[in-house]
Design a protein around this ligand. Structure first.
Ligand SMILES: *Cc1c(COP(=O)(O)O)cnc(C)c1O
Length: 388
């Protein structure tokens, strides 16, 4: 689809986010792909190879799907879904009935819920593991008793505790027992982590977060280089119907263009704030993969191209203090979700379904692209305003 300068080195993800999915440079061609509003296409006889009905396939998805595949280093076009959970639901169905799904105990909540519901339907089990503990994950894939794993679900860094998995080692262990390895790459983005190159079979995204980046749409994606797995994901999308609309798809690609600028700025801000918070008198603990105090700091430095823009902190005054911070901030947005240009924070345990091993007073911060001194001033003030 895109004309590329002849060169013998691959384009970096930062460039692909800008250059991917552009219309062919015919005389008078637009720089951006069009939004096509059509539910059906003229078609008779065998429709193979052509567009037919917009739930099966529609051209407005193609530029985004091609760009996401390029970013993740996949040989096949990606698949966009109506939400991250739409993509995750399709990917979870790659597990075989009557087997085990091995998943991080601190994965995204709805992913765990979907895995548990599917396992209950299919006489399977979900084995929840510490995804940073490679030996424990390997043991859970092929236990002495109980069904072997047919699907290894990885999130790294995890939500919200930011545990970092050894993806190459875990993907290899999954393949040794014939399991499919799926990585939710939402937190890292393909700019900082490319799981397919590290051995994973499928990457899923909540495009809602960093990829689209402006908190103005909900969308998901799945990317793989395996033709059989892609066909199964595509079949599930078609039958489940979790397809995004053309306007949202166009807007997501629009947001994706600035991915590199946003991610670089946001993670720079996050590391600076994490360092300052580590010395703050009102902070008991701060966790960020970029701090040398993080248990998997060395692993993250080796496997990732950056540490991301999510951090967690525990105010020294406990739950009351944490809630007070979310009420006292004026610039930071107290809200769920993450990965937008605006900085936001949430006390995760306010949600009843959050894992009890997540500390009650833990605040998850999604650092945006504002001026770091403004973010610091607001946060410092909110932390000190306790007890009042
Ligand atoms: C938000 C999120 C999801 C779910 O995506 P939606 O777009 O909200 O459906 C899945 N995984 C992670 C890590 C997320 O942050």
């Amino acid at each position: 689809m895109t004309d590329r300068p002849t060169q013998n080195r691959p384009l970096s993800p930062a460039t692909l986010a800008v250059a991917g999915g552009r219309p062919t440079r015919d005389q008078g061609a637009p720089v951006n792909p069009p939004v096509v509003l059509s539910s059906t296409y003229a078609s008779t006889g065998d429709p193979a190879g052509s567009l037919m009905y917009a739930r099966y396939d529609t051209e407005t998805w193609h530029p985004l799907e091609a760009t996401l595949a390029e970013l993740e280093g996949a040989s096949l076009s990606g698949l966009v879904f109506s939400s991250g959970m739409g993509a995750i639901d399709a990917a979870l169905r790659l597990a075989e009935p009557g087997t085990a799904i091995v998943a991080p105990r601190h994965a995204y909540l709805a992913s765990l819920t979907a895995a548990r519901e599917q396992a209950a339907r299919e006489q399977s089990v979900v084995r929840e593991v510490d995804i940073a503990d490679t030996e424990a994950v390997v043991a859970a894939l092929a236990p002495a008793e109980g069904p072997a794993g047919s699907l290894l679900w990885i999130e790294s860094p995890t939500n919200p505790l930011l545990e970092v998995a050894d993806i190459p080692a875990l993907a290899a262990a999954a393949h040794r027992v014939g399991a499919v390895c799926v990585v939710d790459n939402t937190f890292a983005t393909p700019l900082l982590q490319r799981p397919l190159a590290q051995g994973a079979d499928v990457v899923v995204h909540s495009v809602t977060k960093h990829l689209a980046g402006h908190s103005d749409l909900v969308m998901g994606a799945a990317v793989t280089s395996d033709g059989d797995l892609r066909a199964r994901l595509h079949a599930r999308r078609t039958v489940g119907g979790a397809i995004p609309g053309p306007f949202e798809t166009w807007l997501a690609l629009r947001g994706l263009r600035t991915l590199a600028l946003r991610v670089e700025r946001a993670q720079h801000n996050a590391l600076e704030l994490a360092r300052r918070l580590a010395d703050h008198p009102s902070v008991a603990e701060v966790v960020h993969p970029g701090l040398s105090s993080h248990p998997q700091h060395a692993r993250a430095a080796e496997l990732m191209d950056g540490f991301g823009s999510i951090l967690t902190l525990r105010p020294s005054g406990g739950v009351g203090h944490a809630d007070a911070v979310t009420r006292a901030v004026r610039l930071w947005l107290p809200a769920t979700s993450l990965g937008g240009v605006e900085s936001s924070m949430e006390r995760r345990r306010r949600l009843g379904a959050e894992a009890v091993s997540v500390p009650e007073d833990l605040l998850r911060l999604s650092v945006g692209i504002e001026d770091v001194e403004d973010l610091w001033a607001d946060l410092d003030h909110a932390l000190r305003a306790w007890p009042t």
